[in-house]
Design a protein around this ligand. Structure first.
Ligand code: AMP
Ligand code: ZN
Ligand code: FE
Ligand code: FE
Length: 278
């Protein structure tokens, strides 16, 4: 049986493995494919795709996880088999990245006003050239012992409503779906079990979505069964992945270890046309 982990992050966003390290780790875990789905960036894809051309029986599905906002909640939209060289997508991602830099600076100012010593240079350094965001700030707050855990950093300072929160660029789920479709890609709703307001999922299912992330480490079995039923009634593809960011020994680990959630490659065949052509 051939399995794919459809939800992974690299150093291009807030993962700890480079794209090449991620591919090596996936092979070690016995996977036959991974989708790279970094937050708001395609920068990790090419390196991994070029690297695995030499590896038999293994491929990388180019993907993305777009951060959107809807009805006051954070909603993540996954794109699969996207043309990651598509100009309009690159322009949009550029705008998002610029706004992320502004936002990180706003958060830093707020933290400084709370007598917390943190600089933009420190955040850039820890992000290592990837998409910068709150996870990187959280890591610094842990390192500097302002809080004990990443989770604590979010709760005390970075979550919406907390004193150092600053809003992100507001992309709507519709805009995210549109751009993924325009690149020729397929859309799946990321970790629907983490969405609080039921209306959000119901409204998303009315849009042009091709799949739903049934299997995710933060889903309870009850969730997965519910989403499996939804996939069947809407005739959409069941997707799943570990949302891998770091190996289990890493103290900043969230979500699952690579390969802990997968689907059969055969079951997502619709998503796999001409991968190598982009
Ligand atoms: P940002 O894109 O900068 O708004 O940061 C959002 C990312 O932070 C999410 O995609 C998660 O990876 C991470 N995150 C959000 N909430 C938490 C939390 N409570 N604890 C740890 N990480 C979190
Ligand atoms: Zn992340
Ligand atoms: Fe997510
Ligand atoms: Fe993710």
């Amino acid at each position: 049986m051939n399995y794919i982990d459809m939800h992974t992050h690299t150093t291009a966003s807030d993962g700890t493995y480079t794209p090449i390290q991620l591919v090596d780790y996936a092979i070690k875990k016995g996977l036959n494919a991974i989708a790279i789905t970094d937050h708001d960036t395609i920068d990790g894809i090419e390196e991994a795709m070029v690297y695995c051309r030499k590896i038999p029986n293994f491929f990388v599905l180019p993907g993305i996880e777009l951060s959107t906002e809807y009805l006051d909640e954070e909603v993540h939209i996954l794109g699969y088999n996207i043309n990651y060289k598509f100009k309009e997508l690159l322009n949009l991602l550029n705008t998002i990245q610029k706004q992320r830099i502004d936002r990180v600076n706003q958060i830093i100012h707020k933290l400084n006003a709370l007598d917390i010593s943190i600089t933009y240079e420190e955040v850039i350094k820890i992000a290592g050239g990837g998409t910068i965001g709150r996870p990187h700030i959280a890591r610094i707050l842990v390192e500097k012992k302002y809080v004990d855990t990443i989770e604590g950093a979010f709760q005390k300072f970075l979550n919406k409503g907390a004193p150092a929160y600053a809003p992100r660029y507001k992309l709507s789920p519709c805009e995210a779906i549109d751009i993924i479709k325009k690149t020729g890609g397929h859309v799946s709703i990321a970790h629907p079990g983490l969405i609080q307001n039921k209306r959000i999922l119901n409204n998303l299912l009315e849009k042009e979505v091709d799949g739903i992330e049934v299997y995710h480490p933060d889903h309870k079995e009850k969730n997965s069964n519910e989403f499996l039923t939804i996939a069947k009634t809407h005739g959409i593809i069941v997707t799943g992945g570990s949302d891998f960011h770091s190996p289990p020994q890493n103290k900043n680990k969230r979500h699952g270890d690579l390969g802990s959630k997968t689907v059969l490659i055969n079951s997502i065949e619709k998503f796999l046309h001409n991968i190598e052509e982009w």
